[in-house]
Structures are given as structure tokens and as C-alpha cells.
Design a protein around this ligand. Structure first.
Ligand code: ADP
Ligand code: MG
Length: 430
């Protein structure tokens, strides 16, 4: 049967029929009307707020997967079972990090629909960063979320058999294919889905396609994405999947979840902070906030770069702490007996160095796909001046290319900030 989005009255009637949800929306004994508003900014799915008409603070979010990719329409069919992936991931991440993941109240596997906690005083981080808002706790929250979700899903914590079953339970072939194509493949080819901004220099397109060092680095990252089943990932952790207010940070929308390389989620966060950084001059100019300083007197653009550093450093610290505490009660899974712990610590240091390099490689891929691929980000597309936008885009590409090509030689996050600043300043001659 042809898919039809639910009408307001159908959705109201449905929610009335689910006692657990109805109890959230109404006082005991109350049978008031529900207000339904469709709010999906709609890349993939339909998202609704359902609220008590007389007490709007009683409100939930309903999300339903249609059998296609909403952005493109029915010509791009997509499994509705992606909703099961999303629900399972929200539940798993919610168990690990309840303070950063919306609660799932109800899931319906026939309608491919779920009901979750409404984040009513939070906004999407991407827009908030475009508006120049400082969130003092953001980096600490994101690094906590990353450390906990990535550590507890991995072989550093799980028993080997449990981990292997978890890998197979989280297989997400269709959504992984989207990433394999749109992030790692099409942006580097002459592909019809690519979109270039009006003043984007032709020479840059050629450069992307014809730089062997870059193409090989991207191939390495694609291989890693497809083979390194290290932990349960969010799979699409850009700043449009993060909702914030002054005190809280939530990660939504994990329908791309699967077992993949840890650096893919970390790289997504870093890439999107860097996209905000490189587009900052335009937004400062638009809002006349160039002189607006954050509490410690740092320009907002620099604050954005500080977040890149703080997310990585906070992640590294928390991840290592979880690892050390876990192995303080048992011997290391990977080193085995090690009186004195010298090898264990050396292994941890090597692990983190490799993870930074992997994260930077994925960050580079994600930055490039947002410039030349099909799906853009508002940080960049909102730059109305064509030549200014193209200049920002070229800086993003320069930075991304260096992260990819130089990733194994980068020995700390400070070097990443230096590379970003050089790209922002017009880059070294290359
Ligand atoms: P899609 O899978 O289509 O990308 P999202 O999960 O990103 O859908 O949700 C689309 C939009 O709906 C978000 O950008 C956000 O504005 C809103 N939204 C999603 N989940 C919540 C929530 N739990 N609370 C409040 N708003 C939400
Ligand atoms: Mg989304």
C-alpha cells in the first residue's frame, strides 16, 4: 500500500490508544484535545510535536520513518526498518548516558514509529553556533557522551561473544551504503548528485579528483568505515543531531547506528565544529557580532576552535579513565600479564594516537562531502555572497585535505588547531 503521512487526527487517535503515552500527555481522568505540529526539518523522516492543547508543556515527539528518503522523495526508497535501528540505539545510548539521550516512551514496529522525550528548551546546535551562542558545558558533555558510548560498546569492555553478537544485531546495510556513497565515493567523482556552489572554482573540483594522496587517504577511511567494527556508533553525529541549552546537551537521531570505527563519531563532531569555525567570519559580519566576545574575552571564532580541542582532550581523558578503572580489577584484554603496567600504558597511548589520526581522517571526509557532495550544511549555505562562500569552501577543503593526508603524522590536537588556523589565514603554498 502506498505510504501516506499520518494526518493530525490519525496521530491523535493513535496516541490516545497508547496508555503509556496518553498518561504523559494528560492529567489522570482528563481527555483533552491534542495539538499536533509537523516539525521535521526533514532530511529523512516525519517528526511531530504532540501536545496537550490546554497544557502545552505536556508534550512528546513522534517520529515516523516513511519508506523513502524524505529529502529526495519516493524515487529514493529506503527501508522503514531504520526506525528499529534508531530505537535500539537510543535505548542503548540512553542506558549508557541518560543525561545526553532523549528517552524513548514507546515504539511501534508495525508503523515504524516511536514516541520520545520532547526537548522543549533546547535548540539544534548548528543554528545556535551560527547565532554565536556560547555553551560553557558543551565540550564536556560531548566528550562524556563520546567516551561512554564508544568505550562501553567495544571489546575494551564487552565480553568477546557479547560484542560479536552486538555487531551482528546492529547491521544497518542500507544506511551504511548511503554513507559509503555520499561521504566516501561520490564527492571525489564526477557524480550527478554532487552540488557545487555558484562561484566554487573548477580547479578545486579537479584537484579533489586528481590528488592521489587525497584519494588514497579517503580510500583508507572508507575501508576503515566498512571493516572496523569497533563499537556501536551514532553514525551521523553532526551538529544538526545535537540539541542544547545552557545546561544540557542531547544527542538525537541515531538511525545510522552500526558497529564501526570509533573515529567516525569523533570525526563528525570535530568536522562540524570546524565547518562552524570556517564560516564564522560571514556570520560575524551578518550579525555584527565581530566584537562580541565570550566570557573569557576570546572571539567567538576562536572559541569554536577551542571546542575542537576541548572535545578531543575531554574525550581522551574520560575514555582513558573508563579504560583504566575497568582494567584495575582485571588484566588487560589485549596486553595480558604486565607486571608494573608499562606495556598496558604504552598500548593505551598508542591506541589514542591511532584514534586521533582515524578521527581526523573521518573529519576530513565529512568536511569535504559538505562542500562538494549532495547534502550541505546551513553554516555554509547561508553565506549569501557567492565569492565569499566559495572562499570559505576552499579553506574548508584545504584544512580537510591536510587532516586526511597528514593524519598519521599529527601528534596532538594542538597541531590540528594550527592546521585550521593556517587554512583560515589562506593556507601555506601548496
Ligand atoms: P531526521 O531523521 O529526519 O533527520 P531528526 O531526528 O533529526 O529527523 O529530527 C528532525 C528535527 O525534529 C530536529 O532537527 C529537531 O528540530 C526536531 N526534533 C527531533 N527530535 C526531537 C526531540 N526529542 N525534542 C525536540 N525536538 C526534536
Ligand atoms: Mg536528522
Amino acid at each position: 500500500m502506498e505510504f501516506e503521512a499520518l494526518s493530525s487526527s490519525e496521530l491523535s487517535a493513535y496516541l490516545r490508544s497508547v496508555p503509556a503515552v496518553y498518561a504523559l500527555l494528560n492529567e489522570p481522568g482528563e481527555t483533552g484535545d491534542l495539538d499536533i505540529a509537523e516539525v521535521g526539518d526533514g532530511n529523512l523522516n516525519f517528526v511531530y510535536f504532540a501536545s496537550n492543547a490546554r497544557a502545552p508543556e505536556r508534550s512528546v515527539v513522534v517520529k515516523q520513518a516513511p519508506p523513502f528518503l524524505r529529502l529526495v522523495g519516493k524515487s529514493w526508497p529506503l527501508t522503514r526498518h531504520r526506525m528499529e535501528r534508531e530505537v535500539a540505539a537510543l535505548q542503548r545510548f540512553g542506558a549508557l548516558c541518560p543525561q545526553h539521550v532523549p528517552r524513548v516512551y514507546h515504539a511501534d514496529s508495525d508503523l515504524f514509529l516511536m514516541v520520545m522525550q520532547r526537548l522543549s528548551s533546547h535548540r539544534i546546535l548548528r543554528q545556535a553556533l551560527m547565532d554565536g551562542i556560547v555553551y560553557p558545558k558543551l565540550a564536556a558533555h560531548l566528550s562524556t557522551y563520546l567516551a561512554h558510548t564508544l568505550f562501553y560498546g567495544s571489546d575494551l569492555f564487552l565480553a568477546p561473544d557479547v560484542k560479536k553478537h552486538a555487531v551482528s544485531d546492529a547491521v544497518n546495510t542500507e544506511l551504511c551504503k548511503i554513507t559509503e556513497d555520499l561521504v566516501f565515493t561520490y564527492p571525489f567523482e564526477d557524480h550527478p548528485s554532487n552540488v557545487y556552489s555558484p562561484a566554487f572554482p573548477r580547479a578545486e573540483i579537479e584537484r579533489l579528483r586528481q590528488s592521489p594522496a587525497l584519494r588514497l587517504a579517503v580510500a583508507d577511511m572508507k575501508w576503515s568505515f566498512m571493516n572496523d567494527a569497533e563499537t556501536l556508533l551514532h553514525g551521523d553525529l553532526h551538529t544538526g543531531s545535537i540539541m542544547v541549552n545552557e545546561d544540557e546537551t542531547y544527542v538525537i537521531d541515531p538511525e545510522f547506528a552500526f558497529y564501526g570505527p570509533m573515529g567516525f563519531d569523533i570525526g563528525a563532531v570535530l568536522a562540524n565544529l570546524l565547518l562552524a569555525y570556517f564560516s564564522r567570519d560571514w556570520h560575524d559580519r551578518e550579525q555584527d557580532t565581530a566584537l562580541q566576545l565570550h566570557a573569557d574575552g576570546v572571539p567567538y571564532r576562536d572559541w569554536l576552535l577551542e571546542q575542537v580541542s576541548a572535545v578531543w582532550s575531554g574525550f581522551e581523558k574520560t575514555f582513558l579513565k573508563l579504560w583504566r578503572v575497568h582494567e584495575s580489577r582485571r588484566k588487560s584484554h589485549f596486553i595480558g600479564d604486565d607486571p608494573g603496567g608499562v606495556c598496558v600504558e604504552a598500548y593505551r597511548a598508542r591506541f589514542m594516537r591511532r584514534l586521533l589520526a582515524q578521527s581526523l581522517g573521518f573529519a576530513g571526509c565529512k568536511m569535504i562531502r559538505r562542500i562538494v557532495g549532495m547534502a550541505k550544511v546551513a553554516d555554509i549555505t547561508s553565506i549569501a555572497d557567492h565569492s565569499l562562500r566559495a572562499a570559505v569552501e576552499v579553506r574548508v577543503l584545504r584544512c580537510a585535505e591536510r587532516l586526511l593526508v597528514e593524519r598519521d603524522a599529527i601528534d596532538g590536537i594542538a597541531q590540528v588547531l594550527a592546521i585550521a588556523r593556517e587554512a583560515q589565514a589562506g593556507g601555506r603554498a601548496s
